[in-house]
Design a protein around this ligand. Structure first.
Ligand code: G4P
Length: 529
């Protein structure tokens, strides 16, 4: 017999939507929430993108921070499933946030703009999914606009994203001639009425037979002929959809539609709830953790500072990986080796937050935190587990940190410490001179750090330029060789916040030299090696 816990877990579908900015992620999210009844009107989900022109506008950064707390997790019920959408920032300077969020999802929907095809950010994000074998569904958006031919786009997806694809819906025309989609999954046709903006399902016209003369009459002889030919071609070229292969991350179903017109979205959602994986097992350094285990375990994948600088507490986002998490219950904070309990764990429902009594594997809860957590921390019922797969990435931009106000050195140290725990950037301390160096993925973070240190900690930071190309974690099977290397390259050796040894390369050339001269040393792009 299925326990309450296990039937709850079986209902969870936790996923993220990833896209290059402007492809339509916010619009699609909103339509999904509308179907789930989580919001009542369009426009309720704010776009969390930072507009290019406002990168130095701190109000904009604060606004964006506020929105990204609110939209971190959006939960809704649909077709008997409990769906959790985890928000991912599209801006490339926040790519690391997105990578970390992808450790907390079980599957992903990728949105692609039909006119632009596969864009840079999408390539990087899907690469992370591929590495983790996360099942991916592709949604080709903006079919109401002129764009690339459907077959060409599928080729592009296969080549650039290195995903094998199988179309599960097929567009009938595009742009002005966009007439609808053929749902290959359910073998029926849904016709598009551009006047029917909300796309209420009962107003679509459905056909199950491609040879129906009524269909020819409605979409025209040419379009009907083309559709029949294309469907035949699809059946010849692409394999039949196999859910097991999709769940292994080895094939990606593709849907076509127009999010803003709410067209093709229901097809996507209906298929998603049928094929997407329930909560998946998660690796720890010790063992595999299964969702149905009786005991609770989870990890923190994101930390958000409070928007109100007078309250220093933060929200730590915990992905529950096994069992049931309960309010006011003592759990082991594995890194600190002590028990903590939470009086107000929060769930997020689109536009509101709610204190919850219990949450299950697959769910994400927000925990109020006064500085106990950092990214990657594990909570359990007592077992000492360490979840894997939450690495830091080698940063690409560096500044040396200098205290701008000698009276506030404590505040500066505390502020930097906490911001690093939040994962805003990484701190390296160079051995020879104790120089503190902050490394980030994008330049925008430096502005964010400076602003937040000033407003939340009352500290002044001055950045000095430093000529660095990359910071790479180093290791060796031969401990003595590693020590010898560190001694010889003293000028370039630093430690990260966890005390791991890092090599600071000034240029691609010096890095290559170090690699050539020290084959016994391994250089790592991520902190998990
Ligand atoms: P993002 O979160 O991925 O960055 O994209 P977002 O949903 O904000 O969409 C980017 C723009 O694309 C928006 O227009 C949105 O209305 C439009 N859009 C989304 N889906 C479709 C679609 O299916 N067809 C067409 N033609 N446009 C679509 P905007 O002008 O930037 O903003 P707004 O003023 O319309 O909100």
């Amino acid at each position: 017999m299925m326990t309450k816990q296990n039937s709850e877990i079986a209902k969870r579908r936790t996923f993220g939507i990833v896209a290059h900015p402007d492809a339509g992620k916010t619009t699609l999210t909103e339509k999904l929430l509308l179907f789930g009844g989580a919001i009542q009107e369009a426009g309720a989900v704010k776009s969390n993108k930072i507009k290019k022109s406002t990168t130095s506008d701190f109000m904009e950064i604060e606004r964006q921070r506020g929105i990204s707390v609110a939209t971190s997790v959006m939960a809704f019920d649909y077709a008997g499933k409990k769906i959790n959408i985890l928000d991912t920032p599209g801006h490339k300077d926040f790519a690391e946030d997105t990578y970390r969020t992808l450790t907390a999802v079980d599957s992903v929907i990728v949105v692609i703009d039909v006119a632009k095809g596969v864009e840079e950010q999408t390539e990087k994000l899907v690469e992370v999914c591929r590495m983790r074998k996360t099942p991916v569904i592709v949604f080709i958006n903006k079919m109401d606009r002129p764009g690339k031919e459907a077959f060409d786009l599928l080729d592009e997806v296969e080549q650039k994203l290195m995903l094998k694809v199988v179309p599960l819906s097929w567009p009938i025309g595009m742009g002005d001639r966009f007439q609808g989609v053929y749902n290959l999954f359910e073998e029926r046709i849904v016709l598009f009425r551009p006047d029917n903006k909300q796309g209420r399902p009962e107003e679509t016209i459905e056909f199950t037979d491609l040879d129906d003369p009524e269909l020819t009459r409605l979409i025209g002889t040419d379009a009907a002929k083309e559709l029949r030919e294309e469907v035949e071609m699809i059946r010849g070229v692409y394999p039949a959809f196999d859910r097991e292969v999709y769940l292994r991350g080895a094939v990606s179903p593709v849907f076509f539609g127009s999010a803003v017109n709410n067209f093709g979205v229901k097809e996507l959602l209906d298929c998603f709830v049928r094929i997407a994986p329930p909560p998946l097992p998660r690796p720890t350094e010790e063992r595999q953790v299964l969702p149905e285990e009786e005991q609770f375990a989870g990890f923190v994948f994101k930390i958000h500072a409070n928007m109100d600088p007078r309250h220093r507490d933060r929200i730590a986002f915990l992905r529950i990986c096994s069992g049931t998490f309960e309010r006011n219950t003592n759990y082991l904070h594995v890194r600190q080796g002590r028990k903590l309990k939470f009086a107000n764990p929060t769930s997020f429902m689109a536009d509101r937050k709610e204190v919850i009594e219990a949450a299950y594997a697959g769910d994400v809860v927000g925990l109020y935190d006064s500085g106990n957590f950092k990214i990657g921390d594990t909570l359990t019922e007592g077992e000492e587990l360490h979840f894997k797969g939450i690495p830091s990435f080698s940063p690409e931009q560096f500044r040396r940190v200098v205290n701008g106000d000698p009276m506030k050195s404590k505040q500066l140290a505390k502020g930097i410490d906490q911001l690093m725990d939040e994962g805003v950037a990484q701190l390296f301390t160079r051995g020879v001179d104790n120089a503190q160096i902050i490394g980030t993925v994008g330049a925008l973070q430096f502005d964010v750090i400076q602003y937040r240190l000033e407003h939340e900690y009352g500290a002044t930071v001055i950045y000095e330029p430093i000529n660095l190309y990359k910071a790479l974690w180093v290791s060796s099977k031969d401990e003595k060789a590693l020590q010898a290397f560190a001694e010889r390259r003293r000028q370039q050796i630093a430690v990260d916040k966890e005390g791991r040894m890092v090599y600071l390369a000034e240029s691609a050339w010096t890095l290559q030299m170090a690699r050539d001269n020290h084959p016994e040393i391994e250089f790592h792009q991520t902190s998990e090696y």
